[in-house]
Design a protein around this ligand. Structure first.
Ligand code: PMV
Length: 312
């Protein structure tokens, strides 16, 4: 059995697709995969959330997982298995649910194929193959955070750097329930970026990089007030690129009025979640007040550990 966490992006989503820097953290919501070896070379996957059962070699809905499976099987041989998937991560919400499911599946299948050895690098590469099918042009941040856990500074093509936060942070997550496609949001942002005149796109990417640097410093110093201010700026940058929505902006403003340090959309935008950092006691009070007003709001402690396997 393998369990892989969801993630939030504290600063830098979208910019990271274009070579910029992002800071992301694993949070304690999980996708779980259980794989059992079976004779032959066929791999059957059942997804509880999607209500589908497929043989990966003839995939329809689970072709992302078929890509992960092929990547692992190319190294460890085509071993037969039956896998069950479940997840408590809301899909299409910006919390990296597809990457977490892929990471959990890849880790559980790898353990069946390799006789119990968890090679995180291989799991990460396999989950990235899955993400390419799901999103088209993923930066790799979602699978990396889900596999390694913690808080990570990520830039495409570079080794991810771990950030040691001096204190655990109290995070609020508010889900709009508006499901959207990461692929569509990435295309919209990319088109807007490409349409900027002269060197403006490069300058915007640089501005986000500077913000990400301040977010890292704030985390190291345990200065969640400063982190919140950087998150506010990050929301503004994303908004200017067309990936926010009135619903997201309303929640961001509401959270700020209620006294959080800072709030922003997280993930691809155009729906999904808003995240906020707040002082510990305020976070509980605000989450309760939001639920009373009918919002789907919950708290998450960051960071969570990465993918873990367990033999049942
Ligand atoms: O919304 P999510 O969980 O799919 O996150 C996407 C993050 C992006 O930066 C928008 C895309 C990417 O691949 O980095």
């Amino acid at each position: 059995m393998a369990r892989a966490p969801a993630k939030v992006i504290l600063v830098g989503e979208h910019w990271v697709v274009h070579g910029g820097r992002a800071v992301a953290a694993a949070i304690g919501l999980y996708a779980v995969a259980q794989c059992k070896a079976k004779p032959g070379d066929r791999v059957i996957v059942r997804s509880r959330e999607l209500g589908v059962e497929e043989e990966l070699d003839r995939c329809r809905d689970l072709c992302n997982l078929a890509a992960a499976w092929r990547h692992i099987a190319a190294r460890h041989g085509f071993r037969g298995a039956v896998c069950e998937l479940s997840s408590d991560i809301p899909p299409g919400a910006g919390l990296g649910s597809s990457a977490a499911v892929a990471a959990a599946f890849a880790a559980a299948y790898l353990c069946v194929a390799s006789g119990g050895v968890l090679d995180r690098e291989l799991v990460n590469r396999a989950a990235f193959e899955a993400e390419k099918i799901t999103h088209g042009n993923p930066s790799g941040i979602d699978n990396t955070v889900s596999v390694y856990g913690g808080i990570v500074v990520y830039r495409r093509g570079r080794e991810p750097r771990r950030v040691r936060a001096s204190t655990a942070g109290s995070l609020l997550v508010v889900n709009t329930g508006i499901e959207r496609s990461t692929r569509v949001a990435v295309e919209k942002f990319s088109a807007r970026l490409a349409s900027l005149p002269g060197s403006l796109a490069a300058e915007m990417i640089r501005l986000n990089d500077i913000a990400a640097g301040y977010a890292v410093r704030a985390l190291r110093e345990g200065d969640y007030g400063a982190l919140g201010r950087v998150m506010n700026l990050s929301h503004g940058l994303l908004q200017s690129m067309g990936v926010s929505l009135a619903e997201l902006d309303t929640i961001v403003e509401l959270l700020r009025d209620m006294g959080v340090y800072g709030a922003k959309l997280s993930g691809a935008g155009l729906g999904g979640v808003v995240i906020a950092v707040a002082e510990e006691n305020a976070a509980e009070r605000i989450a309760e007040e939001l639920r009373r007003r009918g919002y789907d709001a919950f708290r998450a402690v960051l960071p969570a550990p990465g993918v873990r396997v367990q033999t049942l």
